[in-house]
Design a protein around this ligand. Structure first.
Ligand code: G4P
Ligand code: NA
Ligand code: NA
Length: 194
C-alpha cells in the first residue's frame, strides 16, 4: 500500500538490526486517516468471504482492526494480554512468546464472543516471528471457528513469520512488506517479487 510505504519512509525509524519504530502513526500516536485507509484496504481484500468477526490482540492491532470492522460491518474482538477485573473465567487461553521482547504472555478471549459459527479474519500491526498470529489461530482452533485469513499492517519479510504462516496455508495480506533494513534505510519487497 503506497500511502503506508510513504509514511514508513517519512516517519518510521530503524532501530538496530531489525526493529522499525512506528510510534508516530501506529504504536503510540495514531493517525486515524491512515488507519481508516488501511482498514478499508483489509476490508476490500477480504470482502465477500463470509467473515463474521475480526480477531486482533491488544494494543496496537486494535486500531486497524476497528476500521476494518467498521467497513465490513462486523464486530472486532481483541485478545487480552493483561488480566481483566471482569474477564476471569469462561476463556480461551494460550501462551504467546515474543522473541523480540523475550517475554511470554498468556492471552485470553472470552468464550462468549467466538464459537464454531464464526469465520474469522485475524489482524495485527506487525508480523515478525508470527507468534502473535499463531496464538490467535490457536484461540480460533479452541473455539472451532474457521479462518478466512490474516491481515497485517507491516510485515518484516526477512523474519520467519510470513513463510511459516504461508506454509500453514493461510491467506495473508500485508499492507507493507519490508525486505530489509539497509544501513538504517527501509527497503520494501518489490512488486515483481510478490
Ligand atoms: P511476532 O508476534 O510476529 O512473533 O512478533 P514478536 O513477538 O517479535 O513481537 C512482539 C511485539 O513487538 C509485538 O507487539 C509486535 O507487534 C512488536 N514488533 C515486532 N517487530 C516490531 C518492529 O519492528 N517494530 C515495532 N514497532 N514493533 C514490533 P506487542 O508486544 O504485542 O505490543 P503492542 O501491540 O502492545 O504494541
Ligand atoms: Na506492537
Ligand atoms: Na502487536
Amino acid at each position: 500500500m503506497k500511502l503506508l510505504e510513504e509514511r514508513i519512509l517519512k516517519d518510521g525509524m530503524v532501530l538496530g538490526e531489525d526493529i522499525l519504530k512506528a510510534d508516530n502513526f501506529l504504536n503510540h500516536q495514531i493517525d486515524p486517516v491512515l488507519m481508516q485507509a488501511m482498514g478499508n484496504e483489509f476490508a476490500s481484500y477480504f470482502a465477500n468471504k463470509g467473515i463474521t468477526k475480526i480477531l486482533t490482540i491488544e494494543t496496537s492491532g486494535i486500531a486497524p482492526a476497528v476500521f476494518a470492522g467498521l467497513e465490513l460491518g462486523i464486530p472486532v474482538i481483541f485478545a487480552r494480554k493483561h488480566k481483566s477485573l471482569t474477564l476471569i473465567d469462561n476463556l480461551y487461553t494460550t501462551n504467546v512468546h515474543s522473541f523480540t521482547k523475550g517475554v511470554t504472555n498468556k492471552i485470553a478471549v472470552s468464550r462468549n464472543f467466538l464459537d464454531a459459527t464464526d469465520h474469522v479474519l485475524i489482524i495485527d500491526d506487525f508480523l515478525a516471528n508470527g507468534q502473535a498470529a499463531k496464538g490467535l489461530i490457536e484461540i480460533c482452533r479452541q473455539a472451532k471457528a474457521s479462518l478466512a485469513g490474516i491481515g497485517i499492517v507491516i510485515e518484516k519479510s526477512f523474519q520467519p513469520g510470513r513463510k511459516d504462516l504461508e506454509e500453514l496455508g493461510f491467506d495473508i495480506l500485508s499492507l507493507a512488506r519490508i525486505r530489509a533494513f539497509e544501513k538504517g534505510v527501509v527497503k520494501f519487497v518489490k512488486e515483481e517479487e510478490k
